[in-house]
Design a protein around this ligand. Structure first.
Ligand code: NAP
Length: 383
């Protein structure tokens, strides 16, 4: 398709939405994808579409594209409609490798993410995927089948882990996957029990071969809209998918790899850990804060060092309550998505904080939340 040169002569600040089909991504062709880009990136994006064998279906000024009418909210006494039609995602790879015939990945690296004095063990582990066809997108999970047998003498079953890397992998070559794993430990009858798979992974050495399945999951996909607002609520290793989103949004190498995704919205990470040395990926997060101060916000709930207003441990639901008004104002914008990942125990507290914030705006959270879910704007993956 041809683009009018009149459009190209306009000021570079103008935004355009391109609809493309048949792009080749990680070995598969996507059905349809939308890019919203400034005019200054038009040539580079067209080149990328061409290189990836895509077909341009339409180019529309972005203000015209976003002027599509949205369905009205059904919330009683509601302020402006916080609901929109579900997000259209690119085709997502699912179950490329199954437990009967898993991918055999080689460990490339395994290092601790914790600082001196932290509680427990949390490691970042990277696997090579250069053979075969295992690929994924941000927000998906993979299964790991640990070596050995269970207490019944049967081969160990797979455990799912959220992927902590972007589709390009940590080295940006598209042939690795990384996980963020805490070694599970608990007391039983006076004995310390170590989690089977988490211990297997935290102890694993580079060069070892590991059975991998998947990828799976469509709950935690990032919206393709570069102007979306993304609120992330994570406890501990629940940061895994958020680490992938934030790299996709702010890592310079990632941005260079994704001409069609130059994030311009607001990303707000609210992160819960027990102590300061337990903070994860802190250096990366600090560098995003200094490079993208208008786009990235980072709030910590350090449970064993900070107190909530009632004098108890500071949890992320206390932060949600503290910033309820701002969070709600963001949610009223149909471009805002909320992601929650980590301990299941945080869910009731977050619901309670959201209910209070909703009430103060004359909204009913128990009616609103299912609407947000239906619109693909409320994403939860808790264990
Ligand atoms: P952690 O370091 O043990 O805990 C993280 C923080 O959450 C700590 O500050 C902890 O506080 C706090 N916390 C404890 N109970 C809470 C509650 N009811 N509400 C809010 N915060 C609470 O975390 P972790 O061991 O990494 O565990 C994270 C959990 O996420 C695990 O259960 C893991 O399986 C799960 N996970 C899920 C996914 C997924 O669903 N895809 C991915 C990764 C991890 P205190 O300990 O000080 O009380």
């Amino acid at each position: 398709m041809r683009i009018s040169t009149a459009a190209l002569r306009q000021s570079d600040a103008r935004m355009f939405t391109l609809v493309v089909e048949g792009l080749k991504a990680a070995g598969t062709r996507t059905a349809e994808r939308c890019f919203t880009i400034p005019l200054s990136q038009m040539q580079a994006t067209l080149r990328m579409i061409n290189q990836q064998g895509g077909r341009l279906l339409s180019v529309t000024p972005a203000d015209q594209a976003s002027a599509t009418p949205e369905p009205a909210s059904t919330v009683a006494n509601a302020a402006p409609a916080p609901v929109t039609t579900p997000v259209k995602h690119e085709a997502v790879p699912v179950n490329l490798y199954k437990p009967k015939d898993p991918y055999i990945g080689t460990v490339l690296g395994n290092y601790s993410l914790l600082a001196e004095g932290a509680i427990g063990r949390v490691n970042h582990i990277t696997f090579d995927l250069s053979e075969g066809n295992l690929h994924y997108v941000e927000g998906q999970s993979i299964g790991i089948i640990p070596d050995g047998v269970d207490s019944n003498g049967k081969p160990n079953k797979l455990r799912l882990y959220s992927i902590a890397s972007t589709r390009h992998g940590d080295n940006l070559e598209g042939k690795t996957v990384s996980l963020c794993v805490r070694q599970l430990q608990y007391e039983k009858d006076g004995e310390t029990i170590n989690g089977v798979c988490s211990t297997f992974l935290c102890d694993i050495e580079p060069g070892a071969k590991v059975k991998i399945t998947g990828p799976v999951g469509k709950e935690m996909l990032l919206p393709p809209d570069e102007d979306a607002n993304v609120i992330m609520l994570a406890t501990g290793t629940g940061i895994a998918p958020m680490r992938a989103y934030l790299r996709r949004m702010f890592d310079p190498g990632e941005r260079a790899k994704n001409p069609g995704y130059q994030f311009r919205g607001k990303a707000w990470l609210i992160m819960g850990v027990p102590t300061t040395p337990n903070l994860l990926y802190e250096d990366d997060l600090q560098s995003y804060l200094s490079e993208f101060p208008d786009n990235f916000r980072y709030t910590k709930a350090i449970s064993r060092e900070q107190q909530n207003p009632s004098g108890g441990r500071m949890y992320i639901q206390d932060r949600v309550a503290e910033y309820g008004d701002e969070i709600f104002t963001m949610i009223e914008d149909p471009k805002t998505h909320v992601y929650m990942c980590g301990l299941r125990g945080m869910e009731p507290g977050i619901d309670e904080a959201m209910s209070k914030a909703a009430e103060s705006k004359g909204l009913n959270w128990s009616e609103l939340r299912p609407q947000l879910k239906k619109a693909d704007r409320w994403h939860v993956e808790t264990y």
